[in-house]
Design a protein around this ligand. Sequence first.
Ligand SMILES: [Ca+2]
Length: 100
Amino acid sequence: MLTLEDHMEGIVNIFHQYSVLTGDPETLTKNEMRMLITRELANTIKKYCGEMQGKGENTKDQETVDKIIQELDDDADLLINFDKFLDWVAFVLVSRNRKL
Ligand SMILES: [Ca+2]
């Protein structure tokens, strides 16, 4: 059975699996983040997309991914470090838990 430690290590590993692809290995470029979200969070994105449509926004998956990245990159340096990534993962987990 997986422990919380295993899951935490998994989050760190997934981040680095994508962050090392180009440029600084400790930050995600927008393309790296886009790849991570698209491949690792396909179902979550579909839900996000549905929620935005519920708010009257007609977004497709790709536009939803772009919006998430824009929100994450709040200082507009085009890079997402582990702190920002983890804040976002925590936010997704908290909203998911509320809906369970
Ligand atoms: Ca990188």
